[in-house]
Design a protein around this ligand. Structure first.
Ligand SMILES: Nc1ncnc2c1ncn2[C@@H]1O[C@H](COP(=O)(O)OP(=O)(O)OP(=O)(O)O)[C@@H](O)[C@H]1O
Length: 800
């Protein structure tokens, strides 16, 4: 058989034959075949995804318009298919936009905006339309009204998958009387889809969890087997309005930077940085430009002038390089040049040029003697030859400083000489980038190891590079212009590396709308009846030029079910993520935390912790990196993973102390009940044997357990409450005696009467080992009941 490879090159026209069947694929056609990528892989899931896309859009649209969202979702079961209706009270959609939004994939208002929003790609709702027409063959019905009680625009349409353009079946205006909209303005979508309700619990979770993180929204779901009505939390206002921002310099990708360089009106890099990025002012731009120059041109080595004990007379060298000038002025010129060099301590080639030129300028204006370009060049050459005469000696000092004392002198000298020899090559100005310098040191160290039988470890090499790099100076050359950088990938990548290197203030968070720890905790309290709640909101960070904030919350105990692994709720931009839990960075980070450190069970030391708990994580960003277009799972971006971990750990820290305390209280209680089992019998025996009266068991228990003991004594109408603190730390106790007759003379306490009962209340602070006595007067026949707060039950003994 002739293989394809064998015929290649022999027969003409295979490529042409293939070419005949190659054609452009429309985006709609692509997603029609790959609907799983958009979250429409099955009927059950398709319904949840369609609801999610429509509700997310409704929330975005209402919030953008400053309207408190009122969202109605209805699912009707028909014989062969389901009908989904989603209606909002948003600003509506203009007549011209309706066909594009619903009848064209990749059409939206948010793709280019650096601002937190649920929708980002301009695919969501049109993908639902595509799924609907694919499974039911019916057009989607849209009705939208932009003016209060004005006419509504009604469309029935499908997507032409060949062209990715809307195909309109029906287009008409509806008067308020004909309209199906419940509110005075907003949008109503109705679509038929082949579906089933197997994912009912995911659907309910989506609606409930959406309500937790959007307490300002009213969401109603009506479906064949039930309903959810999530009311607006009392007093909950709209989230703070977000603003669009420019990208942050940290994390921008190379392709993006090159595109930005191509699009900008700026000519200089400094102008580009200040104009196109957030948080870059003149100073930050200067710092970035310096780093950029260090990478692009390299730095110049600064050498030490010969010292006083050297044979070289620099003044004589300068004088020797100047010819045909008046002797007094030449001497003055040489003195000034040498003074400036010595003041500088170390001098690089460009610095030397600047000194020589500056002094020449001064001399000309003061004395009229001109030290022209040729003279200056001669002086620079002559002095530079002296400065670089003993590079090895100079490098020796740096190498010696940067390596341990253990290295013998000969090794250090050998290494220094080899490094020094790398300078002064083709580039007479002794320039090197940090990478080149690293290479110099590496090669010199390798040779020293080979020929001098010495060891120069990684750290020593790095220290030497650091030391020498710090001695070098940024060159005075102007950086390349924007168009030069845009046209050269390597230079653009040097710019990116410089941008990463410089500290830039965190991006403004006005483009983000986190829930905030307080509201997050309130959301958890509203939804879950637990014993413990905590929440944390981190500061903003950046990934790929986009700012983000991570928040986490934990609820534990109470009515929460212990079903093995804890319940992990994931959110991105206030949208619950329902599917692909295992593929989500959030899940993986939570699994990797050592939960035993936080007093939660974690079999095997990894995986989701066990126990009656809910952990929630919210990632808010101008661009949440999802693993796919269906937006179910956050991708593994290291910056985001780090913040997820820190947020969860922050929330878990309080849980740790709560659980620790709870565990020790439980142990105490167990101990106490064991003691209480045997103590009365022992007391009886002791009193029998010693012939003394019965021992007060409660009192003894308090002493054994280091408890706070509150006892009441009554003598002739005077009631005394003794608060004995048998523990070691102070106890702030609220003691109330509830009496059924009017009390008198309470010591430092206050009395409140309610329905014929008197509440006598004290709040003493009792140090460890001390006793407080609280007294009041009461008629003989009055009865009373003690209530104590401020001390855990397991630490308290009441004897009345
Ligand atoms: N209910 C609505 N009210 C007002 N405008 C809407 C509504 N639904 C959608 N839009 C507009 O239509 C655009 C496209 O919506 P679509 O769901 O296709 O994409 P998206 O929400 O921008 O992004 P994603 O693909 O991430 O969901 C939105 O950006 C928004 O401008």
């Amino acid at each position: 058989m002739t293989s394809f490879q064998q015929t290649l090159g022999e027969e003409d026209g295979i490529a042409e034959e293939l070419a005949a069947s190659q054609r452009e694929i429309s985006i709609a056609e692509f997603f029609e075949k790959n609907k799983h990528m958009l979250g429409f892989d099955s009927g059950a899931r398709g319904l949840v995804t369609a609801v999610k896309e429509a509700v997310d859009n409704a929330l975005d649209a209402t919030e953008e318009a400053g309207i408190l969202p009122d969202i109605y979702v209805e699912i009707q079961e028909n014989r062969d298919y389901y009908t989904l209706i989603v209606e909002d009270n948003g600003p509506g959609i203009t007549k011209e936009q309706i066909p594009k939004i619903f009848g064209k994939l990749l059409y939206g208002s948010r793709f280019h905006a650096r601002e937190q929003a649920r929708g980002q790609q301009g695919i969501g709702i049109s993908a639902a339309v595509l799924y609907s027409q694919l499974t039911s063959g019916k057009p989607v019905r849209i009705e939208s009204r932009t003016q209060d009680n004005g006419v509504a625009h009604y469309y029935e349409l499908i997507i032409d998958t060949d062209t990715n353009e809307p195909e309109i079946d029906v287009e008409k205006e509806l008067s308020p009387a004909e309209s199906n909209l419940r509110g005075t303005h907003g949008t109503r979508i109705e679509m038929d889809l082949e579906a089933n309700m197997r994912a009912r619990s995911q659907l309910h979770d989506y609606v409930k969890h959406t309500a937790v993180v959007n307490p300002h929204a009213r969401i109603e779901l009506q479906e064949p087997a039930g309903e959810i009505k999530a009311e607006r939390a009392e007093g909950a206002g709209l989230p703070d309005e977000t603003e669009e921002i420019r990208p942050h310099p940290h994390g921008v990708e190379l392709g993006t930077l090159i595109k930005m360089l191509g699009d900008t009106d700026s000519h200089t890099i400094s102008g580009f940085l200040q104009g196109e990025f957030t948080r870059v002012g003149k100073k930050t731009a200067d710092n970035i430009v310096d780093e950029f120059k260090d990478r692009h041109y390299g730095r110049e080595m600064r050498w030490r002038p010969p010292g006083v004990d050297s044979d070289t007379d620099l003044n004589a060298v300068v004088v020797g390089a100047v010819s045909n000038k008046d002797a007094t002025h030449t001497k003055l010129y040489a003195d000034r040049v040498v003074d400036a060099i010595e003041d500088a301590g170390r001098v690089a080639y460009s610095e030397l040029e600047a000194i020589v030129a500056d002094v020449a300028d001064d001399m000309e204006s003061e004395t009229g003697t001109v030290f022209g370009d040729t003279v200056q060049e001669n002086v620079v050459d002559a002095v530079w030859a002296e400065l670089t005469a003993d590079r090895a000696g100079d490098v020796f000092v740096a190498v010696d400083d940067a390596t341990t004392n253990k290295k013998d002198d000969a090794t250090v000298r050998g290494l220094a000489e080899r490094i020094a020899n790398k300078f002064g090559g083709e580039d007479a100005r002794d320039r090197a980038t940090r990478d080149e310098l690293g290479e110099y040191v590496y090669r010199a160290a390798e040779n020293t190891e080979e020929y001098d039988d010495a060891t120069i470890g990684e750290t020593a090499r790095e220290n030497v590079v650091d030391e020498l790099w710090a001695q070098m100076t940024t060159v005075p050359d102007d950086p390349p212009l924007v168009r030069e950088v845009a046209g050269d990938r390597d230079t653009a990548s040097e710019l990116i590396s410089a941008m990463e290197q410089v500290d830039v203030m965190a991006p403004p968070t006005s483009c983000l709308s986190p829930i905030d720890a307080d509201l997050l905790e309130a959301g958890l309290r509203k939804e879950f009846d637990a014993d413990f709640y905590s929440a944390a909101t981190r500061d903003a960070e950046v990934h790929g030029g986009d700012p983000f904030i991570v928040e986490a919350g934990i609820a534990y105990g109470g009515e929460l079910q212990d079903e093995g692994g804890v319940d992990l709720m994931r959110f991105a931009n206030r949208v619950p993520l329902v599917y692909q839990r295992g593929a989500c960075a959030t899940t993986n980070v939570v699994k990797d935390i050592g939960w035993r450190n936080y007093n939660l069970d974690q079999p095997g030391g990894s995986g989701l912790p066990q126990g009656p708990a809910v952990i929630m994580v919210h990632v808010a960003s101008t661009n949440v990196p999802f693993t796919s277009e269906s937006k179910d799972a956050v991708a593994s971006v290291p910056e985001i993973e780090d913040e997820i971990e820190l947020a969860v750990r922050e929330a878990a820290r309080d849980l740790k102390s709560f659980l620790k305390k709870r565990r020790s209280m439980r142990k105490r209680q167990e101990k106490q009940s064991v003691i209480m089992d045997i103590l009365p019998t022992m007391a009886e025996k002791v009193s029998e044997m010693t012939d003394r009266g019965q021992v007060d068991v409660e009192d003894s228990l308090a002493r054994i357990m280091n408890n706070v003991l509150v006892e009441r004594e009554r003598e002739d109408g005077t009631v005394t409450l003794r608060v004995e603190n048998h523990g070691s730390s102070a106890a702030d106790v609220d003691v109330t005696d509830i009496v059924d007759a009017e009390p008198g003379d309470p010591s430092d306490g206050n009395v409140v009467e309610m329905d014929g009962e008197w509440f006598v209340k004290w709040s003493p602070s009792v140090s460890g080992g001390e006793t407080a006595e609280l007294t009041y007067e009461v008629p003989e026949d009055a009865s009373s009941d003690i209530s104590v707060k401020g001390v855990e039950d397991a630490r308290l003994t009441v004897n009345q």
